[in-house]
Write a protein that binds this ligand. Structure first.
Ligand code: FES
Length: 217
């Protein structure tokens, strides 16, 4: 991941980091009330214009991991959520939150420890992460989930995310899958999610990547 796309916004107490390659402009930061992020202002992010609690709350809204924060005493306020979730976005990526262990994740993007948007259309130039290429590709999948899965003993814990070469992304650990409408649709401890965009059983892989000649690199 290039350093050129990463920016830091230092304040007296909090420093906010933003990674432009991961940002897909969902706007959770810009639409938040308050003065932390103000479009058109320079710099647009000013941590000293908000309380520590506001900085933490707004930064952790970011669903892609592009935003993160650390405080001047060296602390990172982010902790894994109690429940690992994967939300299948309407015509968009897989939004994952949890105690993420993403294979190959850059260690200079702390947001990816807990939040990520994974490409599922097959077109991202920044695989395994979404870069909004699904829009130009006119990817269509409304995020319904047919399979119900099984049971899990507990909702959280480490969640291993391993993008397989020219194939799906393998997820291992306690996981709850949310359909795009918000329904808790599937639970289990292991699943392979389609990232080529061709599965007939989205969001899960059905082997169609082979026939499609999907290349993950
Ligand atoms: S990755 Fe799409 S069907 Fe397997």
């Amino acid at each position: 991941m290039s350093g050129k796309s990463s920016f830091e916004y230092p304040g007296e107490r909090a420093t906010v980091s933003w990674d432009g390659k991961l940002c897909i402009h969902i706007g959770e930061c810009g639409r938040a009330t308050g003065e932390l992020f103000v479009g058109g202002r320079k710099p647009w992010c000013q941590p000293d214009a908000a309380t520590d609690d506001e900085v933490e709350e707004v930064v952790l809204r970011c669903p892609t991991g592009a935003l993160s924060v650390r405080f001047s005493d060296g602390t990172d306020p982010e902790r894994p959520p109690a429940e690992n979730t994967l939300n299948v976005a309407y015509n968009g990526p897989l939004f994952v939150r949890g105690d993420l262990q993403i294979d190959g994740a850059p260690d200079n993007v702390p947001g990816l420890r807990f939040r990520a948007a994974l490409c599922r259309c097959g077109h991202s130039k920044n695989k395994p992460y979404c870069d909004n290429s699904h829009e130009a590709a006119e990817f269509r999948d409304y995020g319904a989930v047919g399979d119900a899965g099984g049971e899990i003993d507990e909702p959280g814990g480490p969640l291993s995310i391993k993008p397989l070469q020219d194939g799906p992304v393998l997820v291992k650990g306690n996981l709850t899958v949310l359909a795009s409408g918000g329904r808790k649709a599937w639970q289990g401890t292991q699943a392979a999610f389609c990232r080529c965009g061709e599965s007939g059983n989205k969001p899960f892989c059905d082997g169609a990547h082979k026939k499609a000649g999907f290349k993950s690199e």
